[in-house]
Design a protein around this ligand. Sequence first.
Ligand SMILES: [Zn+2]
Length: 107
Amino acid sequence: MNCEEVHQNFDAFIGDRLSVNDTDEFIRHVSSCRDCYDELEVYYMIQAVTGELKEDLESYDLVHLLSDKLAERRRYVRRRQRMHFVFALLAALLLIAAVYALLYFFK
Ligand SMILES: [Zn+2]
């Protein structure tokens, strides 16, 4: 994801509407691109101040608002990636079991 794509996805990221892969790419980009991070931070603060965020803001610690959001979305991406890995592993095991069963019954 380049800078322009990141800017176009500010709203989708904040509203948790990006796919897992896009969320991952978005976070990787803003973590390594200071310009995009700063612009996202300003955008996010404006959303918070104008009440556009759906999150229930318990504190108005605006400095940590974005870093908390990024950490939460990072955990979400890791959870989903782990889940995909486990499903792929289970599918592979089922396939192996099916092949063994076929070989056992038809030998
Ligand atoms: Zn950038």
